[in-house]
Design a protein around this ligand. Structure first.
Ligand code: ATP
Length: 718
C-alpha cells in the first residue's frame, strides 16, 4: 500500500480510497499500458479492491461524476481489470440503461482485455453473458426460476401499449368506462399504476403528489389495479414493471436472495441516477453487504423521474452499507472544449440542488457555443441543414453531428428539409419501429402462438380477419380460455359467415407455429405469408409496410429462438426509424436525430439543439412543479454536454400554431429558454440567421436600436 487518500467529496460520508500498487495481480497491472491513459481518480476506481490477496471481493464503490468525465470508460476498464485479474466473467453482472449501451460496453471491455491478454481476451469477454438492462436481466432470472415462483415459463411480456390495452379491457369489464364523470384514460391509469409500483409508494400518496386530478377515483383505481393484476396472472403475461416487481419480491425471500445474489461475484451498474426504488431494492437484495457492488452515475444528469427514478438512490448509496461505501468523484471533463463546458457548467450551476462539482477541461478553444436566433422552425431547419453540409465540407462526417430535441415531433420540419436535400439521417427516440400497426400484428401472431392465454395478442390478431369484430374475438377467446384443448376449440369455433374463408387459415397458422415443425426463424416467414393478404386489404401503403416486415424477418434471424426474439424485442426495441426507405446500412454516413433522452451517454463533434425556447425546454408539459423544472434544466445540461467541439442552440422566434390549414399563419412568439438568463449570455456567441449580406441594406453590422417604437407609443399618452 503506498498511500491512502480521499478523492473528492460527494456530499456523503465515505471511506478514504486506498490505492494498492504492488504485490498482487492488480498491483502488477496498475502501471500497465492499458491503464496509462486514465487519470488518477479513474485508475483508483478501476483497480479498487481488484485482486485482493486473500481472493476477497472489494466492498461497495460509488463513482459519482459529471458529464464527460469518463465514467462509462472507467466502468469498462474496471470490468476488464476484473477479468484480467482473474475474475470469472460468467460471474459478473453488468447493468446498463439500454441494451445498446450494454453491447457497446462489452466491445470496449474486449478491446481493453485484448491489450493485456491478446487472443485469449475474446473467449473470456464472450463469457460475459450477464450484461443488459435491469428489465432484461429480470426477465431472464424470472424465466429461470419460473416454476419455483409459480409462473408459467412461457409467460409473455407486454410492452406499454399492450399493457394499456389490457388495462382498458379491465376498465371496461368493471364498468368504469361508462362512469358519468370521465374516468382517467387507459394511459393515465397505467402511468399511475406504474409509478406506484416503481416508486414503492402508497397509491394515495402518488395520486396526491403526481395525479391530483385523479385523486377522487382512488377507490375505483384500487379496484382496477387489482383486476389488472388478476388479468395478467390469468393470461400469463408480465408487464415491464412486473419484471422488476417480481424480481424485487423474490429478493425479499432469504433463500432466493442468497441463491440469485450468489450467481455473481461482481455487480456493476451504469447510469445509477436513473434507477428507481425498486431497482435499488433489487441491488441491495443481491448484495446486502455491498461486497462486489459498483455503481456509477451523475446526479446532474437525472432525467427519468417521470419513470419514478430517484436521484436519492445515488446519494443514499454510500450509507446503505456498513462499513459505508467508498466514493470516488471525477472532476475532469475529457469531452468538450472549455467554452462549451463553461456554458454547460453555468446552466447547471443555477440548479436548486446539486452534488457533483463543476468540471474542468484542458481542451482550449476560441469558439464559444452559439445561440442562434432564427425566424421560425422552417428557418431553423434550413440553418441546421446548411451548417451540417458546411461542416461536412470541412471533413466532419454526418455521423459526427447530431441534432437533439426535447420531444420527437420537434424534428418534423427538419426531417422534411433533410429529405428534400437528400441528407440521410437516422432518428432515435421517435416512433418506434415496433409501434407500427403492421409490425405489432406480426408479433401478435407469434405471441399468441406462444401463449394462447394472452388476450391482448389474441384480440388484435383475430380482428385482422375480415368478418371478425370485437364481440366474435371476445367469444372465441373466452371459449379457448375455458377449454383444455384451446387449439381444438378454436378450430371448431362457429365463426361468422364472412370469416369462413379466413378462419381455417388462421387456425392452421397457429397450429403450425405451435407445433414448432418449421423451426425458427422460418416461422416468422410463415406468419408473413399468412399476413400478406390482410396487410394489402387493411393498409393502402402496404408496399412500404411490406419492406418493414422483411426487415423484421432479418432482425428475427439474429435470435436463436422465438421466445428470445419476442422477449428481447419487447424489452429493448430497435429505436431507430429512418427518413430513408429502410434504415441506412451501418457503414454509410448519416446524420443523427435524437431526443435528448435517447442521446444519453453519447457524444458528437458537433451538436445542434432545436427549439431552445420556453415551452420546448422547459417543455409546456414539464413546468408543473419546481422539481419538474429542475429536471428540464438537467435535460438541457445533458444536451449541451454531448458536444465535443461545436455547439449550436437554436432559438426560433415564432411557432405556427397547430390546428389550422396549411396556409394559415396563426403563430405565437417564443422566448429564449429561461435556463439561459441574461447573466449567462456572455458565455455564448449570439447571432441571428440568416445573416444579412454585407452591402445588402441598412442592417449591416451589429444590431442596435434604431427606432424606439415603444418610447413613441408611451409618448403618445404623455
Ligand atoms: N483518461 C482519459 N483520457 C482521455 N480521454 C478520456 C479519458 N477518460 C475518458 N475519456 C474520453 O472522454 C469522453 C467521455 O467519456 P465517457 O463517455 O466515459 O464519459 P461519461 O462520464 O460516461 O459521460 P456522460 O455521463 O456525459 O455520458 C470519451 O470520449 C472518452 O473516450
Amino acid at each position: 500500500m503506498i498511500e491512502a487518500r480521499t478523492l473528492g467529496q460527494a456530499g456523503a460520508q465515505h471511506r478514504p480510497i486506498v490505492v494498492d500498487s504492488e504485490g498482487d495481480r492488480s498491483g502488477k497491472t496498475l502501471s500497465a499500458a492499458h491503464l496509462e491513459k486514465l487519470n488518477e481518480g479513474q485508475r483508483a476506481a478501476v483497480v479498487h479492491g481488484v485482486g485482493l490477496q486473500d481472493g476477497g471481493i472489494a466492498g461497495p464503490l460509488l463513482i459519482i461524476a459529471g458529464a464527460g468525465s469518463g465514467k462509462t470508460n472507467t466502468l469498462a476498464h474496471r470490468v476488464a481489470q476484473l477479468i484480467i485479474a482473474g475474475a470469472d466473467p460468467r460471474r459478473i453482472l453488468l447493468m446498463t440503461f439500454s441494451r445498446r449501451a450494454a453491447s457497446e460496453m462489452a466491445k470496449r471491455v474486449e478491446r481493453i482485455c485484448a491489450k493485456v491478454l491478446g487472443d485469449k481476451a475474446g473467449i473470456l469477454t464472450d463469457a460475459l453473458a450477464w450484461s443488459g438492462t435491469f428489465h432484461g436481466v429480470g426477465a431472464r432470472i424470472l424465466r429461470e426460476y419460473a416454476i419455483e415462483l409459480g409462473l408459467d415459463p412461457q409467460f409473455t411480456i407486454h410492452d406499454r401499449e399492450d399493457s394499456a390495452d389490457l388495462m382498458n379491457l379491465v376498465r371496461h369489464d368493471l364498468g368504469f368506462s361508462k362512469t358519468e364523470k370521465r374516468f382517467p384514460t387507459k394511459g393515465t391509469c397505467l402511468s399511475i399504476y406504474s409509478r406506484t409500483v416503481n416508486a414503492q409508494a402508497p397509491l394515495d400518496e402518488v395520486l396526491r403528489a403526481n395525479y391530483p386530478w385523479c385523486a377522487a377515483w382512488e377507490k375505483e383505481l384500487r379496484e382496477l389495479f387489482s383486476g389488472y393484476v388478476e388479468a395478467k396472472q390469468i393470461q400469463n403475461v408480465l408487464d415491464y414493471d412486473d419484471l422488476l416487481l417480481y424480481w424485487a419480491q423474490t429478493m425479499g425471500d432469504a433463500t432466493f436472495a442468497d441463491e440469485i445474489g450468489g450467481k455473481w461475484d461482481h455487480v456493476l451498474v451504469d447510469e445509477y441516477q436513473d434507477t428507481n426504488r425498486l431497482q435499488a431494492t433489487i441491488l441491495t437484495g443481491l448484495k446486502p453487504g455491498g461486497r462486489g457492488l459498483t455503481v456509477v452515475g451523475d446526479d446532474a444528469q437525472a432525467i427519468y423521474s417521470f419513470r419514478a427514478a430517484t436521484v436519492r438512490n445515488i446519494l443514499d448509496f454510500p450509507n446503505e452499507f456498513s462499513p459505508v461505501a467508498d466514493v470516488i468523484t471525477l472532476d475532469r471533463n475529457y469531452r468538450s472544449t472549455q467554452p462549451i463546458l463553461a456554458a454547460a457548467n453555468a446552466v447547471i450551476g443555477l440548479a436548486k440542488e446539486r452534488f457533483t462539482k463543476n468540471l474542468w477541461t484542458d481542451r482550449a478553444s476560441n469558439e464559444r457555443p452559439r445561440l442562434v436566433t432564427v425566424r421560425d422552425e422552417a428557418d431553423q431547419a434550413r440553418f441546421v441543414a446548411d451548417e451540417v453540409l458546411e461542416n461536412r465540407e470541412t471533413g466532419m462526417r454526418l455521423k459526427d453531428q447530431a441534432i437533439l430535441f426535447r420531444t420527437s415531433h420537434h424534428s418534423g420540419p427538419l426531417e422534411v428539409e433533410l429529405t428534400r436535400r437528400n441528407i440521410p439521417f437516422v432518428k432515435f427516440g421517435g416512433l418506434k419501429f415496433l409501434d407500427s400497426a403492421h409490425v405489432k400484428d406480426m408479433l401478435a401472431a407469434l405471441r399468441f402462438a406462444n401463449n394462447m392465454r394472452d388476450r391482448v395478442a389474441g384480440f388484435r390478431l383475430m380482428q385482422l380477419l375480415s368478418g371478425v369484430g370485437p364481440a366474435t374475438a371476445q367469444a372465441a377467446l373466452d371459449a379457448a380460455a375455458d377449454s383444455a384443448n384451446p387449439m381444438e376449440t378454436l378450430s371448431r369455433f362457429p365463426c361468422p359467415a364472412r370469416a369462413q374463408a379466413d378462419w381455417p387459415k388462421f387456425v392452421a397458422l397457429l397450429a403450425a407455429l405451435r407445433s414448432g415443425a418449421s423451426g425458427w426463424p422460418a416461422e416468422i416467414g410463415q406468419v408473413r405469408v399468412w399476413y400478406d393478404p390482410h396487410l394489402e386489404r387493411i393498409h393502402e401503403d402496404f408496399e412500404m409496410r411490406r419492406a418493414d416486415l422483411l426487415q423484421l424477418e432479418d432482425i428475427a434471424a439474429g435470435y436463436p429462438t422465438r421466445e428470445r426474439f419476442l422477449t428481447e424485442l419487447t424489452l429493448d426495441p430497435p429505436d431507430a426509424t429512418s427518413g430513408q426507405a429502410g434504415v441506412p446500412l451501418l457503414d454509410e454516413d448519416y446524420l443523427i436525430l435524437s431526443t435528448i433522452h435517447s442521446a444519453k451517454g453519447q457524444e458528437w463533434r458537433s451538436v445542434f439543439v432545436l427549439n431552445t425556447v420556453d415551452g420546448c425546454i422547459p417543455s409546456d408539459l414539464g413546468v408543473g412543479t419546481s422539481d419538474e423544472i429542475e429536471e428540464e434544466r438537467r435535460l438541457l445540461y445533458v444536451a449541451m454536454t454531448r458536444a465535443r467541439d461545436s455547439l449550436n442552440l437554436v432559438v426560433p422566434q415564432r411557432f405556427f400554431t397547430h390546428g389550422q390549414s396549411s396556409t394559415g399563419d396563426r403563430h405565437v412568439y417564443a422566448s429564449r429558454t429561461r435556463f439561459i438568463p441574461a447573466s449567462l449570455i456572455k458565455l455564448f456567441e449570439c447571432r441571428a440567421w440568416p445573416m444579412v449580406a454585407a452591402g445588402a441594406g441598412p442592417h449591416v453590422g451589429p444590431r442596435q436600436l434604431r427606432l424606439d417604437v415603444g418610447a413613441r407609443m408611451r409618448g403618445m399618452w404623455r
